[in-house]
Ligand binder design. Sequence first.
Ligand code: GDG
Length: 501
Amino acid sequence: SIEPGSFTSNGSMIVVSNRLPFVLKRNEISGQLERKASAGGLVTAVAPVVINGNGVWVGWPGMHMENPNEPIPESDPNDRTPTAGLLSRKVVAVHVDDGIFDSYYNGCCNGTFWPLFHSMPDRATFIAEHWRAYSAVNEQFAAKTVGALEQIHKEQENQQNGTPLVWVHDYHLMLAANWIRQAAEEKNLRLKLGFFLHIPFPPWDIFRLFPWADEILQGMLGCDMVGFHIQDYCLNFVDCCQRCLGCRVDRKNLLVEHGGRTVRVRPLPIGIPFDRFVSLSETATKVMQSNQKIVLGVDRLDYTKGLVHRLKAFEMLLEKHPEHREQVTMLQIAVPSRTDVREYQDLKLEMDQLIGCINGRFTTPNWSPIRYIYGCVSQDELAAFYRDAAVALVTPLRDGMNLVAKEFVACQINTPPGVLIVSPFAGAGEMMHEALICNPYEIDEAAEVIHRALTMPEDERTLRMNHLRRRERIYDVNYWMKSFLQVMGSLEEHDSVGATT
Ligand code: GDG
């Protein structure tokens, strides 16, 4: 695997994402602002490149601030997280006006783009006011980014540095890139612009349902390179550019001509901090004192994750294969998510009810079929769950990539290992060929796949898991970070010992 410090960008990198890599919280006693670090894999890989290249992170600080000029605190001296070295003057907080935040975030981002881009248009709302809020927030992000870019140009005036690199993330900010480019051109500021979408890009037939679809494409085409997890999303995007905007495109080489420039489109499948999950699973103490085999699910509570279908498949398994009763327990962790949005509140109720039904139907004095955690567990506990599960069920109806599938295989250090079941509608299903593939919509068949996983011979489990682990170890999140710099022509490699092993 690749060490995070073994490469940097040859020009400073400005990362632009909806959220900063930490959130701000007000200490209730002292009244002071404090940073709360994020433990996500992306931050682990991206933060060192920002810090080492003297770059900047632009994002929303996670709270409304009465006084937007209140300074961002420096990190705590004891902070050992990847953002500890991110100085406050390298952080640009975008303070979204309270009056439009809800329309932007819950309305447009999570009420429109999330369902639409996951090909669930019936769940999407199309409201002009939400779109206006989205547009205004994107403009604000763009203005802040250009400010940061200007600053970098000033600081580096007399130095021979590479071109600054701006990296815009995800469906919250699909309009920002074009405005950043225009403003930078007016001010004569050199830059390279890249975008990465963490969710699927839908087929044209779905995408065009959005009334302002053309503007989205024009926004993204402000970039030099647009990245997606997999080839299919790239092809959908290229197709939309051709059919909505009439752009000349090259499908084979994934190129789009727009505004006299050629935009490159690239698959850049994200990975996980593989080694970190291995060491977590080596040290985590056993949390499940259970004689039963565990079938594990770990998801944000989201309708794209196929949780209801999954529960029904498990119920079907117990019905069709009674030999698993009292022998197998399903453990579902569902992290509360977007609880302000109605669709999510409804799903919570549906889950509660369905789990109650299934448990009521099959529970015996010594066993209940489903254990359900509605909440977040620590990373240590999570690693222990991944390690000790016999089967992981990663069965979204649609998912950009899905990191849970990858984290599960990283933590499978016991012999013999468990079995991964993955949906073909997750980006992860594309590459993880040695997993059992399961169409979540086909409940009967899904039950059979779980049965097959539970009864799979040890040598087959070992063979499949070895292949899966080998791939994820190589294509980890640092590989992803490095690939992005490479396609942008911004990669600087160092000859540190053990840089690649
Ligand atoms: C979006 C795309 C794409 C979950 N429960 C707990 C917990 N988690 C962590 C997991 C994992 C992450 O949350 C979930 O990542 P996913 O990839 O599964 O899903 P999304 O949140 O929908 O992410 C997705 C991703 O972006 C990256 O591009 O793969 O397709 O939808 O890392 O470990 N972590 C802890 N406790 C929990 O209870 N500590």
